[in-house]
Write a protein that binds this ligand. Sequence first.
Ligand code: CUA
Length: 228
Amino acid sequence: MSTWANLGLQDSASPLMEQLIFFHDHALLILVMITVLVGYLMFMLFFNNYVNRFLLHGQLIEMIWTILPAIILLFIALPSLRLLYLLDEINEPSVTLKSIGHQWYWSYEYSDFNNIEFDSYMIPTNELATDGFRLLDVDNRVILPMNSQIRILVTAADVIHSWTVPALGVKVDGTPGRLNQTNFFINRPGLFYGQCSEICGANHSFMPIVIESVPVNYFIKWISSNNS
Ligand code: CUA
């Protein structure tokens, strides 16, 4: 999760988030190179005394400074497109989780296993444990197995919400009347925090998401203990 002064992306907990971070760094590197070059050029303009009274056209330089940016953009567009298709891929999921956005909490359904379903509310500050995370901890966590492909279906019951967990690289809108799908793979155990990221009303900031990633046998134990 994010803590104080963490301005960059969170550490990834899934292969897709790792790829997203690589792409972010790649795009940022290109951005820095362009900014430095243009910044240098603009700065140097203040100090030059050269005047060319007979300059009317420059076919060659205009060809260069039109085509060169287009080529640079390709170096961003192609990896971006690769990532886009990678994020959309579904790889034989072993668990399907359905999450439904409400004003203002999430509810979850594990339809593969005896229809387990529960609501997940933020813990209010006055009820928070001393080691709890304010505005981030919930009463019922989403338990998921690590090292497994997980499919998530997102929808909403009232207005548009967005199921967003940065460490997993997941951000899917929950839209009333529609079912959105994505897929992720958690590669380590731990708690992963997320928040709704679609302005959905007065308590938009108070519908966090907590994923508890556990080894597969723990998950099976949890699932079995929930079957009544
Ligand atoms: Cu739900 Cu913002």
